[in-house]
Design a protein around this ligand. Structure first.
Ligand SMILES: [Zn+2]
Length: 342
């Protein structure tokens, strides 16, 4: 199926919230990892989301070039070209973009979509995240509201974050003083400010103790009930139609019961990065350790071309990551829920 357009993506999000499931949103940094997501989603009949971080996009452009806009466009172009070969829908997102990177990352990508639309072509991305969670709430929303107005004109979905996700992603670390638990008052203010600009769909990453990365059991204290309290507060104040579409960041390594509780409270997108990184690398490590004398030219030997051909281990890595995508979709109850081809 082609990459989800705005109407298709809104349909996906509505079905997820009503059906209490969420889409895996998987970070990719290369053709192979993007293909792994598509393969995994197709294998289990799940729609999903492919996303690119600033660092991942810079990497994708080549280590000599390090141009995050160019890398994001390259990956998105690839997904647009191959998505038709898979019987599921994917949306394309960009991940965390802090206020100081908007001019260098998200806005040039929005301009690219604006140019494409003017030429009668589909959007480059389906949605972009602006992460103003390090700012005071009003400053965060002062930036989010005009972004959303601009996004609306091009059918782009805005994802914002209030509170702060702990841990580290892409070299950005939340500070110890960061607000790891959002409050209903914060999210009411989000609804109030974004309601006044009645535009395209937005997604809200509200934090409930989530942490980027994977830690030993007991380190992370998730409180999904915060999301329930936020939904209750916004429904009471602005009506049922104002209920949020939540995003669960730092989903890797979470307990299944916490994930399922979060789905019950309106999480429709769960970002999974760390678990995918491990699945991919684990397959390569397994190949190298079990074909030691093949991948290396030990003691002047010639090695084994079949073992050190990058395709041999990258295909294994693609399969392993695809299998991890199937597990994520199963955990998130999106497996088997793909929109039927129209
Ligand atoms: Zn995140």
């Amino acid at each position: 199926m082609p990459v989800a357009d705005y109407a298709t993506y809104c349909g996906m999000l509505d079905r997820a919230r009503a059906g209490r499931f969420a889409y895996p949103a998987v970070n990719v940094t290369s053709l192979t990892t993007a293909n792994a997501v598509l393969k995994g989603l197709a294998a289990c009949g799940s729609d999903g989301i492919i996303q690119v971080s600033t660092g991942g996009a810079a990497f994708a452009s080549g280590t000599a070039v390090k141009d995050m806009v160019l890398g994001a466009i390259s990956i998105a172009e690839h997904v647009h070209r191959v998505a038709d070969r898979y019987p599921i829908h994917v949306a394309l997102h960009t991940d965390h973009c802090q206020a100081d990177k908007l001019q260098k990352f998200v806005l040039p990508l929005v301009e690219e979509t604006e140019r494409r639309r003017a030429a009668g072509r589909p959007n480059l991305f389906t949605g972009h995240m602006f992460d103003g969670s390090a700012l005071p709430l009003q400053e965060n929303l002062d930036l989010a509201v005009p972004l959303r107005d601009r996004f609306s004109k091009s059918d782009l979905v805005l994802e914002i974050e209030v509170g702060a996700v702990g841990g580290e992603e892409d070299g950005v670390r939340a500070t110890a003083a960061a607000k790891l638990y959002t409050t209903p008052e914060d999210t009411l203010e989000v609804a109030r400010r974004l309601k006044a600009s009645d535009g395209a769909r937005y997604l809200l990453a509200a934090t409930f103790g989530n942490v980027h990365g994977v830690y030993q059991p007991g380190h992370v204290k998730l409180k999904p009930s915060i999301l329930r309290d936020c939904q209750r507060a916004v429904a009471a104040e602005f009506g049922d139609a104002s209920r949020f579409y939540f995003v669960f960041h730092g989903g890797s390594g979470s307990e299944l019961r916490d994930i399922h509780e979060a789905l019950d409270y309106g999480v429709v997108k769960m970002n999974v990065d760390t678990d995918m990184q491990y699945a991919f690398t684990r397959a390569i490590a397994g190949h190298c350790f079990s074909n030691y004398a093949g991948v290396l030219k030990v003691d002047g030997d010639v090695g084994d071309k079949k073992a050190y051909d990058p395709r041999s281990y990258l295909a294994l890595a693609e399969d392993a990551m695809a299998a991890r995508v199937v597990q994520a979709a199963t955990d998130l109850r999106s497996a088997g829920m793909a929109l039927v081809a129209s």
